[in-house]
Design a protein around this ligand. Sequence first.
Ligand SMILES: C[S@@+](CC[C@H](N)C(=O)[O-])C[C@H]1O[C@@H](n2cnc3c(N)ncnc32)[C@H](O)[C@@H]1O
Length: 272
Amino acid sequence: MTGFSVDWLNLREAADRQARNSELLRVATTFAFSGVDSQAVVVDLGAGTGSTYRTFGQRRFPAEFAPTWRFVDNDRGLLGEAARRADQNHLIETYELDLNQVAQLPLIAVRLITASALFDLVSAPFIDRLIAEVDAASAGRPVGIYAALNYDGSTCWDPVHPFDQQVLEAFNEDQTTDKGFGPALGPDACNYVKQALEQAGFGVQLAASPWQLEGKDAQLVAELIQGIGSAVQSCPELVREDIADWLAFRLAHVATGSCTVGHTDLLAIREP
Ligand SMILES: C[S@@+](CC[C@H](N)C(=O)[O-])C[C@H]1O[C@@H](n2cnc3c(N)ncnc32)[C@H](O)[C@@H]1O
């Protein structure tokens, strides 16, 4: 899949950071940096411009525990941006790769796999293949998966509009279409991934990480509204005039209204 611009990822980074569940993030960072080997490896799938790496960097650890970060993405421009923004004293490796090539993922010596705003885009078979690769790469060693900011299918607006529910249903339908991995898990992502990881012997925790957006986030909210509008254009249950009406109302309230977009963070850890 293409189409994640630096501008969009920049726009959402602050809201994402605020939304991430702080307890799961704390446990994930502690797990990543407290291995018996001082040179832990973190593999960030769909790294974009490195938002997850920067979030982990907010927590300070002794230099000897700084892990190697492997950024994986199929967008060369985003990978370049991630590397450019990284702390030059850190060990950073970039991998321009289609994640569907799971056997090519750089999982050697991995301690933690991270993925933010990604697992709702992927399919169930992709998750199954990924878990099998992680399983093989980490046999006999502790390994963790931190997958944050998975859209959960809920969006609440204030003020309300009569078409909110219809638009939400159409948007959620679109979220399950192919985003480059086969039919996307969409709002069901965390349930599926949790179950699959538990079957593979991981202990899994889920925690809410909603975007809570208001006037100060007007630019992000406006982009979100436009994105929802585009996604529902071809929905047969919605007439074009109704979508236009909803869009105009929503855009008129970006500075004065608020919205909550539900996400779930997942942390899975397996000790041998
Ligand atoms: C929603 S963005 C999230 C980026 C970053 N994790 C963040 O939280 O800001 C999804 C990322 O996955 C990458 N991506 C999507 N499909 C991919 C694929 N098939 N192979 C590799 N990367 C992919 C995109 O290029 C993008 O950087």
